[in-house]
Design a protein around this ligand. Structure first.
Ligand code: PEP
Ligand code: MN
Length: 267
């Protein structure tokens, strides 16, 4: 089973991931406006999330889909972050973006589509901030663990693994959450392992049970998409939790964690 003792702790801001406490990262798929980010941050923090997420650049399947606000969001993100006192994780889709957002983000996200982008991974290994490495939807567990070595080998050992669902024959859900990968990675790697149930299942009503299952399986935390108005979200609205449903999930999650003698990391 999961061996919590040998996990190396990764620190994002002041939040320790991989220690005895469970960490919840939450926020919108994409940063859409100052108001959207602030409202979401205030709400998820009150519900017990300790790290904010929000995409600045998006890797969308279609070129016609919203690609993220990019540079125009930098100034208000800085403002909202300093008000919130909450660390932020955001995806970089290109090595040139690492420097651009180095004073905005507290941890870099490598998206599923970039798990095999070894040039990007090496660059992230040459800077000091933590990196969350998502598993590609078609990657073997072994390929995912080996991809992490492209970062650690350059000197940055602050790496978190993130299981976000894989492609299977099933089409009823967006992907299939592979909890096997979570328990396997906890056993065979010293890196903290977190779960992204939102991209794994792709349907908001099904997110909460997967959060509980991930906690029970021994994950170190979760990254969950939350939006003030999922119906009008510019990306991934169908899988976003409302403030109310996120709060309800967090109350139940604490009960699951208590059953395993674990508590929640608080911002
Ligand atoms: C995301 O976190 O919004 C995202 C695009 O995730 P993934 O890379 O797992 O598809
Ligand atoms: Mn998303």
């Amino acid at each position: 089973m999961a061996d919590q003792n040998k996990t190396k702790v990764v620190t994002i801001g002041t939040i320790q991931i991989g220690g005895p406490k469970f960490t919840v990262i939450a926020g919108p798929c994409s940063v859409e406006s100052e108001t959207q980010l602030r409202e979401t941050g205030v709400s998820v923090k009150a519900s017990g999330a300790s790290i904010l997420r929000g995409g600045i650049w998006k890797m969308r399947t279609s070129l016609k889909s919203f690609q993220g606000l990019g540079e125009e969001s930098f100034q208000f993100i800085r403002k909202v972050k300093s008000e919130m006192g909450m660390p932020l994780i955001s995806e970089v889709t290109d090595a040139r973006q690492i420097e651009e957002v180095s004073d905005i983000v507290d941890a870099y996200q490598v998206g599923a589509r970039n798990m095999h982008n070894y040039a990007l991974l090496k660059e992230l290994g040459r800077q000091p901030k933590p990196v969350m490495l998502k598993r590609n939807f078609s990657a073997f567990i072994d390929e995912w663990l080996k991809a992490a070595e492209y970062i650690t080998n350059e000197g940055n050992e602050q790496v978190i693994l993130c299981e976000r669902g894989i492609r299977t024959f099933e089409t009823a859900t967006r992907n299939t959450l592979d909890l096997n990968a979570v328990v396997y990675a906890k056993k065979h790697s010293q890196l903290p392992v977190i779960v992204d149930p939102s991209h794994a299942v792709g349907i908001s009503e099904l997110v909460a049970p997967l959060c509980y299952a991930s906690a029970a399986a021994g994950a170190d935390g979760l990254i969950v998409e939350v939006h003030p108005s999922p119906a009008t979200a510019l990306s991934d609205g169908q899988q976003a939790l409302t403030f109310e449903s996120f709060d309800k999930m967090m109350r139940q999650l604490e009960k699951v964690l208590n059953a395993f003698d674990r508590g929640l990391n608080r911002a």
